[in-house]
Design a protein around this ligand. Structure first.
Ligand SMILES: Cc1cc2nc3c(=O)[nH]c(=O)nc-3n(C[C@H](O)[C@H](O)[C@H](O)COP(=O)(O)OP(=O)(O)OC[C@H]3O[C@@H](n4cnc5c(N)ncnc54)[C@H](O)[C@@H]3O)c2cc1C
Ligand code: SF4
Ligand code: SF4
Length: 452
């Protein structure tokens, strides 16, 4: 990635959208909208001072909404270019309110609220569509109760929880426990505020709120309006403190998730959704179970699948190593249902097809290996670029030339073409680049001849 940013022959137009493609093979004009970041890329040093001071917190899409980011943010730490962006839908200043804190704190004077989108036109010989995929939405499978049971997460969410740069700095804290911790934080904030108010009253009247309240309840201070207010404030404070103490007691028992269930083929190999195999999910479940075990050696994982498709050099050995050294059990069977047991524990009901028995098992967390779905903007993009899509909305290619789209000079690679893992995507990207280079290096007249 860094090499791409530095390469003299690569011009990177990030935070941009392709709006129009005209011309033909070897001679294409592409109209690109360079969206306003409200931050001058060439001035921003990526120091992050603005982010620290910005008061607007919104769910962080990069962390799958499991953490927060600010209205001024960098999408992820290693992003190229290393610049920040203001989210115009969230920023107070851009929504007409008063703020501008980021502009005041930015030493590089990089904030520019007047920045506008820019339209640029570039002439190219060929185009490679590499827009990837989207994660299948598992709430379309009601029996898995994704979003209803907090401790049922997708594999990509689980990866963010496992990541040292993620919202839990790599600890496998259960979402239900994190929700309680967020409640505690909220109540502590309220308690601090009400304690401050009570503190002033205590100072003024020279006694503690508890002592005062006892006397007040015994009938002293009748008709004293100021003390009536104090009593009300104290009651409000107690209504915060009581649930806070209960939640804190509950939180004392929280530990990281140690019993993990991975459910394979969620939306894949399923005629209701995508009948094909998504190719990479068996291996990422094995990988995630191995990493979870590295984080916490008491972790035990069960991977439920019709079969584990360990197709690739060394993949089968990796799968076996997971079973031998990382407490992974492989169960052959499709999960029928997930329900919620005590303590927000998901309970998985499945048929163990080897034993021909229906069983139920309780876990701390369930991870859904979701299908590789076509990326959301692909229909619009295909129209703009002028290429056909297949029946599932992946870019249509011929089996004999899997990087050629239906339009000459427009190529495709990676999961925009079909589900595949990173090594396959990289290999296909090299192939697409080579096909594009064949066109780019031809002298223009010859090109025109070739098209005709
Ligand atoms: C949970 C999980 C774990 C995985 N783990 C592994 C693993 O360990 N090893 C492995 O080999 N594979 C793994 N994979 C598979 C891997 O993610 C894919 O193989 C790989 O990301 C495909 O690369 P790609 O470049 O085709 O697509 P992507 O990685 O999806 O990249 C496409 C890029 O295009 C951008 N984009 C989308 N639309 C547009 C548009 N209209 N204009 C401009 N840009 C656009 C996207 O923002 C994205 O940055 C995993 C997948 C999942 C879901
Ligand atoms: S102006 Fe917008 S981005 Fe800047 S600090 Fe305020 S809310 Fe955050
Ligand atoms: S790779 Fe495994 S989990 Fe993914 S669709 Fe294929 S069989 Fe199912």
């Amino acid at each position: 990635m860094l090499d791409v940013g530095r390469h003299p022959n690569i011009e990177l137009l990030s935070y941009s959208e392709v709006e129009k493609v005209e011309g033909r093979i070897g001679d294409l004009r592409v109209t690109v909208r360079r969206k306003a970041r409200y931050v001058e890329e060439d001035k921003c040093t990526g120091c992050g001072t603005c982010t620290e001071k910005c008061p607007t917190a919104v769910p962080d899409a990069f962390n799958e909404g499991l953490g927060d980011r600010r209205a001024i943010y960098s999408y992820f730490a290693q992003g190229i270019p290393s610049t920040h962006t203001i989210d115009p839908d969230q920023c107070r200043q851009l929504k007409g309110k008063k703020c501008g804190i980021c502009a005041k704190t930015c030493q590089a004077e990089a904030i520019n609220f007047d920045q506008k989108d820019r339209i640029v036109e570039i002439d190219v010989a060929a185009i490679i569509v590499a827009v990837g995929y989207d994660v299948f939405d598992p709430s379309r499978i009601p029996e898995y109760r994704y979003r209803e049971i907090t401790n049922v997460v997708t594999a990509i969410e689980f990866e963010r929880l496992l990541s040292a740069s993620g919202p839990t700095v790599g600890h496998l804290d259960r979402p239900s426990d994190r929700a309680v911790e967020a409640q505690i934080e909220e109540l502590e904030k309220k308690a601090r505020k009400s304690q401050k108010v009570l503190g002033k009253l205590e100072e003024r009247f020279g006694e503690s709120s508890a002592e005062f309240h006892e006397k007040y309840q015994a009938g002293q201070y009748q008709g004293d309006q100021e003390r009536q207010k104090w009593a009300d404030k104290y009651a409000a404070h107690l209504s915060v403190m009581e649930p806070l103490e209960d939640l804190k007691k509950r939180a004392e028992g929280f530990t990281v998730a140690k019993r993990l269930a991975f459910i394979q083929c969620v939306g894949s190999r399923d005629f209701r959704f995508y009948p094909f195999c998504s190719g990479y999910c068996c291996m990422h479940s094995v990988k995630e179970a191995i990493i979870a075990h590295e984080h916490e050696p008491e972790t035990r994982s069960t991977i439920f699948g019709m079969d584990i498709r360990a197709v690739g050099k060394g993949f089968e050995e990796y799968k076996i190593r997971g079973g031998d050294h990382s407490n992974i059990t492989y169960v052959r069977g499709r999960v029928a249902e997930i329900t919620e047991g005590a303590n927000h524990n998901p309970v998985v009901t499945y048929e163990d097809t080897r034993e021909r028995k229906v069983k139920s098992q309780e876990f701390d967390m369930v991870i859904l290996a979701t299908a590789c779905a076509p990326t959301k903007g692909i229909i619009e993009l295909a129209k703009v670029v002028g290429i056909e899509l297949d029946q599932y909305n992946f870019v249509k290619t011929s089996p004999l030339s899997p990087v050629d789209s239906t339009t000459p000079g427009i190529f495709v690679c990676g999961c925009a073409e079909s589900p595949m893992d990173v090594p396959e995507s990289v290999a296909q990207a090299s192939s697409a680049a080579e096909r594009a280079a064949e066109i780019a290096i031809q002298p223009r007249p010859e090109m025109e001849h070739a098209v005709a």
